[in-house]
Design a protein around this ligand. Structure first.
Ligand code: GRF
Length: 198
């Protein structure tokens, strides 16, 4: 059974999808802890499932490295097999990435390498593209530059705004993420191999 830690910052809809999937006894992974850099709404999903949570408040640390060190210390308590960044709106310090790579994946609401960074949905809208997408990558110490392990196209429709487009992307992210975690758990997806062949 693959143990998973999920890190969030926001509503945690992707986290909720993973929690719901992991509630199925046939799903080969379980969420053991949920962490965040702020009082995330998504904690409510973890609490509903009785999953422990931890908070490493970004604003209480002077540097990214100090914040990252506390985050790593919290993860070390749980020793998950896999760390999933799902809506974590912080770049991890290199020391944390080095410690966990390649057992750390991230969901991104664009068809990488298109539109990396924190404003992917807005950037796609502003670019006027007719399609964008969702991606799951292995985290490296770049910004959304890690090896792509799953991605799918999502149409941009006339009249789309930030909310409507993001809400069309998120279900695709969720299905990709649930499948990627399953494939990691069954050994079908080898993150080490994915990290070296890219
Ligand atoms: C997701 O689209 C994620 O890829 C991006 O922010 C969104 C988080 O949504 N980084 P939620 O918190 O899972 O609802």
């Amino acid at each position: 059974m693959l143990t998973v830690a999920v890190l969030i910052s926001g509503t945690g809809s992707n986290l909720r999808a993973l929690l719901d999937a992991a509630a199925d006894p046939g799903y080969p992974a379980r969420i053991v802890v949920v962490g965040a850099d702020r009082e995330a709404e998504g904690f409510a999903h973890a609490e509903e499932y009785g999953i422990p949570t931890f908070l490493v408040p970004w604003r209480e640390f002077d540097t990214r490295d100090e914040w990252g060190a506390e985050l790593a210390a919290q993860l070390a308590v749980w020793q998950p097999d896999l760390v999933v960044l799902s809506g974590l709106m912080r770049l991890l310090p290199p020391a944390v990435v080095e410690a966990w790579a390649p057992r750390i994946v991230n969901t991104h609401p664009a068809y990488l390498p298109e539109f990396p960074g924190a404003h992917a949905v807005r950037d796609a809208l502003e670019a006027g593209v007719v399609q964008t997408g969702a991606s799951v990558i292995v985290v490296d110490d770049g910004v959304d530059t890690g090896p792509i392990v799953a991605q799918e196209r999502v149409p941009v429709l006339p009249g789309d705004d930030l909310h409507s487009l993001h809400e069309r992307i998120k279900p695709v992210e969720r299905s990709l993420l649930i499948d990627v975690v399953r494939r990691i758990a069954t050994g079908e997806l080898d993150l080490a191999a994915a990290s070296t062949t890219s």
